[in-house]
Design a protein around this ligand. Structure first.
Ligand SMILES: *[C@@H]1O[C@H](CO)[C@@H](O)[C@H](O)[C@H]1NC(C)=O
Ligand SMILES: *[C@@H]1O[C@H](CO)[C@@H](O)[C@H](O)[C@H]1NC(C)=O
Ligand SMILES: *[C@@H]1O[C@H](CO)[C@@H](O)[C@H](O)[C@H]1NC(C)=O
Ligand SMILES: *[C@@H]1O[C@H](CO)[C@@H](O)[C@H](O)[C@H]1NC(C)=O
Length: 960
């Protein structure tokens, strides 16, 4: 009985256990099959993507043999989140460079998806209509991809959508009317596509909309009045379309607007009266439209404004009365309208104002001295008005002033010398006024000056020699049409970056200084209508100038069209003294190494002509694009968008050949884009050569050379695309105490070694060898791991000496080998010299001016076959008593003993590299070997070692 009972009992228990197990099994089976369905859909999509993208999604895999629960669940896959039931609810894959389409995406399998965010990738193809099967979707962001085709009309079924963004794609066609179905939308962004047609009136149904961005499309006709129904709207961005007609009255109902962008359309009629009714308007941009009438009263007391752009319309009214005091205003542009009245002193009360632009109106009265109270002002443009009176001295208090444009007015008096104290002043345009007196010599202190135009005034006496200090002056120096007299100071020849020089219509006498020979960047000169005589400088711009540039002088001569031949020099006392100046100048201008640079390339003329496999030649426009394997046109468009049309706020550097911009491409990749100055090809042959050389450069891979991703050559705009290095240049790092301290001795040694590696590779491993020609601390970039990368690689040699841009050709002043002043021969040893200068700069923490500015002299004491480094720097005697430790960057601690001998070797090598005689400089191979060899311990500690002792340590150099 007992056994019987026991048997029944244990049978029941067994039964129960089996039932439980079955239940568990069936349960888990049902969960995994639903998940499997979703997983399969994602894996199918993954397989349709590029190999690269598939490796990004490596966590997306499913091994049915491995049944551990973590291997089954997609919830841990990259970018995937699940809901409580284990079903996929959110996909967020942004900035991962996905390449492929959505064609294989099985939307119906992901019925629980509430958020799909794929912005910032490289997806292409069409947006499939099936996407509307995602009926629970609240967030859909496909922005910053390369989708093309139409917006599917089925989008109107996705009524749960709260956020919808298709911005920055290539979508075309019109916006489907069904968009009006999406009444839950709070954010709608369709900006920067090729959408056309009119803005659908159905948008007015989107009552919850807070942000509407339709800018940069091809929308036409007028703005629908239903826009007035979007009463929650805070951001309305419609700029850059072809909208026309007046704004609808109803726009006045939008009292919650804070940002309004209407610029670059053809909108007419009046500005909205109640635009600041809600008292929260911050940014109002309506520039470049056809607005008429006066400024709305509501703007006068709109104290929340930070930016106001009404420029380029047909607005009227009195600006002294229509604007108030705006404590938060940063930027105001009222230029190119029909405003009358005066410049109100109230602008000075806008304490955060940085830009004040009221040019090209009918403004009268004087420039109020109160403007100087807006102490952050950096841009003042009041040009082309009817202003009178003087330029107030108080403007000299505007320490941030960068651009002062007051041309085309009736200003009189002299230029306040106080302007010379403004450290950032780079643009001065005071042309076409009634200004008089001397040009103040203090202007020579504006060390960042790029543009100085004082033409069409009544300035008298001579040009102050101090203007020769404006070595950064590059764009233009125009002193024409004044009453200036005397000789042209030879110091102006120091303006080696200058491209346009106009001294015409003055009373200058004497000869043109022969120092002008060295102004290799000059493109345009005009010296006509003066009393000049003697020879024309030997310089491309002068040689090629039309004869009108020299007409109406006393007796200019030269072997050029329209001029008489100069008499032989022995007949001409003037000519003799000129050549004396020619020799004396470089010796006397201490901080300036005089350079005549003739582009003779070290490289052999045999060009590596690589097959251009994937370039695209647009035969209509003769354009060449080759950027990665992408469509070059798209990348070009992409770069333009990413830099807002090469806006200066993305500019991270300006070099000889062009400006460098940081661009975040739509793929998420960040690159450095070097926009080259215009290149003129004299022959198709030249273009081909240039092309194939860049092609060769883009193939070069070395870990200490910045990678050239690609390039785009066009007649109008050419650029090179490099990898972007966030720490920037060595010059920048050494210039900032904090960053310089982070670059400790170990890192500095490593940077030097990196440069050695790169130059060694270029000189000895490349056939033909490549000479960089512009090694300077500006061209050495540093990556996140403090590894050096040589940049601007090869662009120097790519620039032909007959191109209009000479600036970069001459290398960077202060780093150029002295023999380039005497010979035309560029060799690898030029790079060795520059390397020596940069290396000293790294060790000392600043440009080693005190060691190398003295005029070089050739060593004659060395024997011819093999010699120790013979230092021939004339300044060196003064250094012999210097302690080694005084040469080290004082911002760092004295290096540890184990680093000391390595640093000493580097210093020693650096000095041998800056030997004035190229013959006695080591090769990069020797430098590299020397750095690698084991070093003997130093005879004594760094503290007491004299610099001379270091330099006396023998380095054997074998001549080649
Ligand atoms: C997706 O991830 C990115 C980066 O983490 C984030 O900025 C974005 O807000 C996320 N998208 C959604 C919809 O959560
Ligand atoms: C609006 O949504 C409904 C479903 O709610 C759908 O039947 C209709 O076709 C949609 N209209 C448009 C124009 O897309
Ligand atoms: C935009 O419209 C203009 C003028 O109608 C037209 O020339 C241009 O081709 C259009 N652009 C696109 C991309 O549709
Ligand atoms: C305006 O914005 C405020 C604050 O965001 C909000 O409380 C208010 O409801 C909005 N007004 C309208 C008409 O939507």
């Amino acid at each position: 009985m007992r056994t019987m009972l026991f048997k029944v009992f244990s049978f029941l228990i067994l039964l129960l256990m089996m039932m439980m197990m079955m239940l568990i099994l069936s349960c888990s089976a049902s969960v995994s099959s639903a998940q499997e369905f979703e997983m399969e859909a994602l894996l199918k999509w993954k397989r349709s993507l590029s190999d690269q993208s598939q490796s990004v999604l490596s966590s997306w895999n499913f091994d049915p043999r491995n049944t551990s629960s973590s291997a089954i669940s997609p919830c841990s896959w990259l970018g995937i989140s699940c809901n409580d039931a284990g079903s996929i609810a959110r996909i967020n894959l942004t900035y991962v460079e996905l390449e492929g389409t959505l064609d294989e995406f099985d939307f119906s399998a992901l019925s629980n998806l509430s958020s799909l965010d794929l912005h910032y990738n490289a997806l292409t193809g069409k947006i499939p209509p099936e996407i509307s099967n995602l009926s629970k979707l609240t967030i859909l962001n496909l922005g910053y991809n390369q989708f093309h085709g139409y917006i599917p009309k089925e989008i109107g079924n996705m009524i749960e959508l709260n956020v919808l963004s298709f911005s920055n794609n290539l979508l075309s066609g019109s916006v489907p009317a069904g968009i009006g179905n999406l009444t839950n939308l709070s954010v709608l962004k369709l900006a920067n596509n090729y959408l056309s047609g009119s803005i659908p009136p159905q948008l007015g149904k989107l009552r919850s909309l807070i942000e509407l961005r339709l800018n940069l499309n091809n929308f036409t006709s007028s703005i629908p009045s239903s826009i007035g129904d979007l009463t929650s709207l805070k951001v309305l961005s419609l700029y850059g379309n072809q909208l026309s007609g007046p704004l609808p009255q109803e726009i006045n109902k939008l009292t919650n607007l804070t940002l309004i962008f209407l610029s670059n359309n053809s909108i007419s009629g009046l500005l909205p009266e109640n635009i600041c009714h809600g008292g929260i308007l911050e940014d109002f941009c309506a520039s470049n439209n056809l607005f008429t009438g006066t400024v709305p009263k509501g703007l006068k007391n709109c104290t929340t404004l930070t930016r106001l752009r009404l420029d380029r319309n047909n607005l009227t009214g009195n600006i002294s009365e229509d604007f108030g005091v705006y404590p938060k205003l940063d930027y105001v542009d009222l230029s190119y309208n029909n405003f009358v009245g005066e410049v109100s002193p109230n602008w000075g009360k806008c304490r955060l104002l940085t830009s004040l632009k009221i040019s090209n109106n009918y403004v009268t009265g004087v420039i109020p001295s109160e403007l100087a109270d807006a102490s952050l002002l950096h841009f003042i443009d009041l040009s082309s008005n009817n202003l009178e009176g003087i330029i107030p001295n108080e403007l000299g208090k505007l320490k941030s002033l960068f651009n002062l444009t007051l041309s085309n007015n009736n200003l009189h008096g002299s230029i306040p010398p106080e302007l010379g104290m403004l450290p950032d002043l780079a643009y001065i345009d005071l042309a076409a006024n009634n200004l008089s007196g001397m040009i103040p010599k203090q202007l020579g202190d504006c060390s960042k000056m790029l543009y100085l135009k004082l033409s069409n005034n009544d300035f008298s006496e001579g040009i102050p020699v101090e203007l020769g200090n404006l070595v950064s002056l590059q764009v233009e120096l125009d002193l024409s049409r004044n009453s200036l007299s005397g000789e042209i100071p030879w110091q102006l020849g120091n303006l080696v970056k200058l491209e346009i020089l106009n001294l015409s219509h003055n009373n200058f006498t004497g000869s043109i200084p022969s120092t002008f020979d060295q102004m290799q960047s000059l493109r345009l000169v005009d010296l006509s209508y003066n009393g000049l005589e003697g020879p024309i400088p030997d310089n491309k711009a002068f040689r090629e100038a039309p004869s009108e540039a020299f007409t109406h002088n006393k007796g200019l001569c030269g072997n050029y069209t329209g001029l008489k031949i100069c008499p032989p020099p022995f007949n001409n006392g003037k000519g003799g003294s000129n050549s004396l100046v020619l020799i004396l100048v470089p010796l006397s201008a201490a901080s300036f190494i005089w350079v005549i640079f003739i582009g003779v390339f070290c490289i052999l003329k045999t060009k590596r002509r690589n097959k251009i496999s994937n370039k695209l030649v647009d035969s209509q426009h003769q354009n060449l694009f080759k950027v990665w394997s992408y469509d070059g046109k798209l990348v070009y468009a992409d770069i333009k968008v990413a830099t807002e049309g090469f806006n200066s706020k993305y500019c991270i550097g300006v070099g000889g050949h062009g400006s460098v911009y940081k661009a975040k491409l739509s793929t998420g990749q960040v690159v450095a884009v070097k926009k080259l100055h215009q290149i003129h090809y004299s022959k198709l042959e030249d273009q081909k050569t240039f092309e194939s050389e860049i092609q060769a450069l883009s193939k070069i891979r070395h870990r200490n050379i910045v990678k050239l991703h690609g390039f785009c050559l066009q007649a109008r705009q050419s650029f090179l695309v490099y990898e972007y290095l966030e720490r920037g240049s060595l010059a920048k790092i050494l210039g900032k105490d904090e960053q310089a301290k982070e670059l400790d001795w170990t890192r500095r040694i490593n940077v030097v070694k990196g440069i050695v590696n790169a130059l060694f590779y270029m000189h000895h491993d490349c056939t033909p060898p490549i000479v960089h020609r512009d090694i300077s601390s500006n061209n050495i970039l540093v990556d996140g791991n403090y590894e050096a990368r040589v940049s601007d690689f090869g662009t120097a040699r790519l620039m032909k000496n007959d191109s209009s841009n000479w600036t970069g050709l001459a290398g960077t002043y202060g780093y150029i080998a002295p023999e380039l002043a005497y010979t035309m021969k560029v060799t690898e040893k030029c790079d060795v010299y520059s390397f020596g200068v940069v290396t000293l700069e790294i060790i000392m923490g600043h440009y080693p001016g005190e060691l190398i500015c003295s005029p070089p002299s050739f060593s004659s004491t060395s024997s011819s076959s093999s010699s120790s480094i013979a230092l021939s720097l004339s300044g060196l005697n003064a250094l012999t008593n210097m302690k080694l430790k005084d040469v080290l960057d004082q911002r760092l601690q004295t290096p540890d003993p184990e680093l000391a001998d390595e640093i000493v070797t580097i210093i020693k090598l650096a000095f041998s590299c800056i030997n004035a005689n190229p013959k006695f400089r080591p090769t990069m191979q020797q430098v590299s070997q020397e750095l690698c060899t084991r070093r003997l311990p130093l005879p004594q500690g760094l503290h007491t070692l004299a610099l001379k002792q270091v330099l006396d340590l023998d380095i054997q150099v074998v001549e080649d």
